[in-house]
Design a protein around this ligand. Structure first.
Ligand SMILES: Cc1cc2nc3c(=O)[nH]c(=O)nc-3n(C[C@H](O)[C@H](O)[C@H](O)COP(=O)(O)OP(=O)(O)OC[C@H]3O[C@@H](n4cnc5c(N)ncnc54)[C@H](O)[C@@H]3O)c2cc1C
Length: 427
């Protein structure tokens, strides 16, 4: 099967896609990826892959790439095959059709001899017996285990956060619930002004709702953007008649409103929470696998227990988990190759993010002044009105960049940041 890689976000997917399923850029940013030939035949090893996201899928695919005859079983709690999770907010104002979201049709799993068991929630791992148990009563044994249970949304324990009109979008079921509720709602409050919060807010606006974005920090997308770009974004929201409250401290959610500490009452018959994620580590912890905020892994995706690998949003490599698609995909592939006996090292993650909403486009990659370095910041006007490229250098080396309003140089900038280009090569 022909595969391509998106030069912007690093996602790898089947050739022929009209847009990247992760960052939404077009085919001019895709390059062909060569497939590795399968290495081993005639083994009867049993690989068990826990999870049904991109990390699990990439691991299963990599195992099959290494071993033509082994048994591969995936256990996934959701009832549909792996899909493009990033499209849940990007496509929220659209139809959320399953056929457009699936990464592979069901027939693909049969062709690859990957046994995908959906609707199976893993509850326990017995590392001594090499056995996994599910809530359904199903028990499976393994020779090598991939732990790829992802993450779930963090919902701050605000009074009222469990009310039925409060949703954090992680699954297709969540997105469909919000889509349905939006049909008879007038106003939405979005808690969290990060990239996913802004995508969801924009979708609500496009569906005709009055929208308020509530961000506890003093700026929008504070993890990626400098103060100037954030301020520009806040102005853009205001210009689109969307309310933005920065430094917002929420005291309560009621069925009709979100209350703030300053006494403000934000009307909301839908409340969307986008306040980060927490890794799904409970089964790993209970099994005695070492965890920090997520399952601890080395650069081969090995956990503290021999024969068990972890990858994706549930894994922590060198104290870091960016919870990004390309990171989960690369880690999944690395875990799969190594579980099958290969020797792969996980490539570094560039942290690239695209915001394609609010009638604008933004691209941020690398360290845009958030580290502890002494930075030199250079801004160059772009080709379109009000567009710009902003670069962060330290010691003459490019560390990060933001493109605002004109993403035509995204692929070049991605390469420059990845290469740690010298200042004169960039400007
Ligand atoms: C709305 C949204 C938009 C996003 N947009 C972007 C973006 O633009 N760019 C980007 O890089 N990243 C984006 N992300 C993040 C990206 O989707 C994740 O980093 C990626 O999906 C992580 O993949 P994963 O396989 O590690 O975990 P997940 O996608 O969380 O998959 C884990 C799977 O395991 C299943 N599972 C959990 N517990 C169990 C259990 N006990 N038993 C069995 N199965 C279980 C879950 O149901 C899930 O199917 C977005 C995420 C969301 C939610």
């Amino acid at each position: 099967m022909a595969m391509v890689k998106c030069l912007v976000c690093g996602a790898v997917f089947e050739a022929g896609a009209e847009v990247c399923p992760v960052c939404g850029v077009g085919p001019e940013h895709f390059v062909a990826v060569e497939e590795e030939p399968a290495r081993q035949r005639g083994t009867d090893r049993r690989f068990l892959v826990l999870g049904g996201g991109i990390a699990a899928l990439s691991a299963a695919q990599a195992i099959r790439g290494q071993d033509e005859s082994c048994s591969i079983v995936m256990l996934a709690a959701e009832t549909i095959p792996p899909y493009a999770r990033p499209m849940l907010t990007k496509g929220l104002s659209g139809s959320l059709e399953e056929s457009r979201l699936l990464l592979h049709p069901e027939s693909w799993y049969a062709e690859q001899r990957i046994h995908l068991l959906t609707g199976q929630e893993v509850t326990a791992i017995d590392t001594a017996a090499r056995e996994v148990r599910c809530a359904s009563g199903l028990t499976m044994t393994y020779d090598q285990l991939i732990y790829a249970l992802g993450a779930q949304c963090f919902v701050p324990p605000i009074p009222g956060s469990t009310l039925p009109h409060v949703t954090a979008i992680r699954s297709l079921a969540d997105a469909r619930k919000v889509r349905q509720e939006a049909g008879h709602a007038q106003c939405a409050a979005v808690i969290g002004g990060g990239v996913l919060g802004l995508e969801a807010a924009w979708a609500m606006k496009q569906l005709g709702l009055r929208v308020t974005v509530l961000e506890v920090a003093p700026q929008l997308m504070g993890r990626q953007l400098d103060a100037g770009t954030s301020a520009m974004l806040a102005q853009r929201l205001a210009g689109l008649d969307m309310d933005v409250r920065l430094g917002a401290s929420i005291t309560e959610i009621t069925p009709e409103a979100v209350r703030l500490a300053d006494g403000a009452e934000i009307p909301a018959d839908i409340v969307l929470v986008s306040a980060g994620v927490r890794a799904n580590i409970a089964p790993a912890q209970a099994a005695g696998i070492q965890c920090g905020r997520a399952v601890l892994v080395d650069d081969h995706m090995r956990t503290s227990v021999p024969g068990i690998f972890a990858c994706g949003d549930c894994a922590e490599l060198n104290g870091v988990n960016m919870a990004l698609w390309s990171e989960a995909q690369n880690q999944g592939r690395t875990a799969g190759v190594n579980a099958a006996g290969g020797d792969a090292v996980c490539p570094p993650e560039n942290g690239a993010l695209v915001l394609n909403a609010l009638n604008t486009t933004l691209f941020a990659i690398g360290d845009c002044g958030k580290g502890a370095l002494a930075y030199k910041v250079v801004t160059q006007p772009g080709k379109k009105p009000d567009s710009y490229a902003r670069y962060w250098f330290s010691d003459g080396t490019l560390r990060g960049a933001i493109l605002s309003g004109d993403l035509s140089s995204m692929a070049r900038v991605t390469q420059l940041v990845q290469d740690g280009a010298e200042e004169q090569a960039v400007l």
